[in-house]
Design a protein around this ligand. Sequence first.
Ligand code: EPZ
Length: 425
Amino acid sequence: MTFGKGVCVSVFVVDGGRKLAGEVSVQGSKNSALPILAATLLCGGECVLYNCPRLSDVEASLAILRYLGCTAYREGSTLVVNTDGMDRCDIPPELMHRMRSSIIFLGAIVARFGRARMSFPGGCELGPRPIDLHLSALREMGISISEEHGMLDCVVEDRLNAAKIALPIPSVGATENTMIAAAVADGTTVVANAAREPEIVDLADFLNACGAKISGAGESTIIIEGVEKLTPACHTIIPDRIVAATLMSAAAVTGASIRLKHVIPAHLQSVLPVFRDSGCEIDINPDGLRISAPYRLHSPKLIRTMPYPGFPTDAQAPVMSMAAVADGMTVFVENLFLSRYSHVSELCRLGADIRVEGKVAVVDGVRRLLSAPVRAHDLRGAAALVVAALCARGESEIGGIEYLERGYEDFELVLSSLGADVKKI
Ligand code: EPZ
């Protein structure tokens, strides 16, 4: 479908009510690939990244690398990035606004080039996305940052210096920006109250493969002993735990038994109990898991989103679609983002019974959802609507699929391979 200036927007048409079956491999992690692509700027030469998902956010990161003078090309799920040709240190507004998490390039560009210029990343559908923790950490490492007219202008006189950073919030992005800059800083940096997500560990693994000396990733205190130079490396991106949770919700709402390959169960330690409490059987095997849903789901009762290893905020929306058709009431408390309930009004159009009061959403499970035209307003909300449409009787049209394509690779093909009737128009 094209509108206006030929802008192509996609919709999904889902004919719900089919039981999924079969097995599928889970894609590589978007939230691991993005910071690792930024970190390639620290090492000249050619890095090879395996299991990189084909996503619009990854394409946006490659566009930034190419704009900076690097070369990047894809062979299937393998990305080859060579940053030798880097000859710029600015990210233009249009590239910044294409992907707000472009802020993750800040530490890498300054560490490599001594200077960086980029516009303030706008807020996004989840509400304001402050970057104060990124900037205060980088300032402590000797970067002078001016914020004028919506632009960030960063300069470091000589080499970055190590610092003792204490994050008031275990921010994923601020932890990543600090790790990347500290990897080549002069001295040993300590990050206290660091984010503990698996994507932080994957970034540290990549940087260490390039010659960095990072220890403690995955724990609350990370120690980064700065080195003079990093060299290029090959790395395999970890599986996407949020896509895995989304596929588990799809299986749960369709009463299915499916097998997910390329899942690291340890990364789902706070998600698996929610599915088990809902009556799903989960069998763990060496490289994945099988989930078998009951005829009628029980409500998981209470879900509070927390920094890792707590229940991930990114799984809140897809799991809410499961709660919407479970027997009983579920209370969600969204502690990470101010407005991460944009999917609620759309789920109610499908017949869900959900009331929102601030950061609390109360879901009263119904027996059936009914098809309707709905529209996504953010990435994980889009995933929630697809999951809900899979169990809604009749044909639902879902708009805003461009949000879904930021984080889910070929999702209509993945679901169709499990027996769903999903068409992308
Ligand atoms: C990362 O965002 C993820 N994005 C998000 O996934 C995820 O929801 C989030 O971490 C939390 O897990 C990527 O990894 C690309 P934060 P990030 O900094 O780094 C506040 C998705 O769906 N904060 O951990 O931006 C912030 O407002 C996306 O894939 C500050 O106040 O998240 C939020 O309330 C959405 N100041 C909280 O911290 C700062 O400088 C956690 O944010 C930075 C953050």
